[in-house]
Design a protein around this ligand. Structure first.
Ligand code: GDP
Ligand code: MG
Length: 206
């Protein structure tokens, strides 16, 4: 980056300014296994240019990151994705896409701090990855919904079959999505917001 010899950082861009009507903000995390579509989802739904820390996969990741089913993927998020979406004129969500790879779990404690809820993105070719992620959310008492990202070559199951396979209790919402589509990703977030609202109404947390 060229700072023209100045040691000051560029100021915020106009598109990054919060609407003046915004009154409350919530932190939402988007978690899931490697290559499941977290960066894609944050990118498709964010109203600001998302920040993404990606690095080209190196030898260091080979054999460590389970690459099955994502052979064409050459970049992986090492830190996180960050985006923002206004749900209403008053409510703004800050989105944090977090790596599911085991070697980045040390980042998780901080990333979950203050999170209102989570979206667990699931790839039906690698359901087993989701168990660890969901277990960690449960440990930390972060409520979540499950979004099944429909890849064309992934086996398709009925949602209640997936609910059973993932061992989800009946109250946890599970929906299909296409993380590349803004409307679909937005639906996922709205499902989470409705779920959080219903938990607040009943006074319970998962
Ligand atoms: N067909 C299809 N491809 C997707 C979808 N979401 C993501 N992808 C592709 O899957 C690859 C991995 O997605 P990425 O967002 O980088 O995964 P991440 O590791 O979870 O951040 C990319 O090449 C995306 O273009 C989806 O809903 N459908
Ligand atoms: Mg990513």
């Amino acid at each position: 980056m060229d700072f023209n010899g100045s040691d000051t950082l560029p100021g915020p861009r106009a598109e990054d300014q919060l609407p003046h009507t915004a009154q409350s903000a919530a932190k939402i995390v988007i978690v899931g296994g490697f290559g499941v579509g977290k960066t894609t989802m944050v990118g498709s739904v964010s109203e600001i240019t998302p920040l993404t820390t990606e690095e080209t996969m190196t030898q260091a990741g080979i054999g460590v990151d389970d690459n099955f089913g994502s052979a064409s993927k050459t970049a992986t998020t090492v830190a996180m994705d960050f985006g923002r979406i206004s749900i209403t004129e008053q409510l703004v969500l800050y989105l944090f896409g977090t790596p599911g790879q085991q070697r980045f779990w040390f980042l998780w404690n901080g990333l979950f701090e203050g999170a209102l809820g989570a979206v667990v993105l699931v790839d039906t070719r690698r359901l087993e990855v989701s168990f660890d992620v969901m277990g960690r959310l449960e440990e930390r008492g972060v409520p979540f919904v499950v979004a099944v990202n429909s890849f064309p070559d992934a086996p398709r199951y009925a949602l209640d079959e997936l609910r059973t396979a993932l061992d989800l209790t009946p109250d946890i919402p599970i929906i299909e999505c296409d993380a590349r589509r803004r409307a679909s990703s937005r639906d996922v977030l709205m499902t989470l917001m409705r779920f959080l609202h219903s938990l607040a109404m009943t006074g319970s947390r998962t």
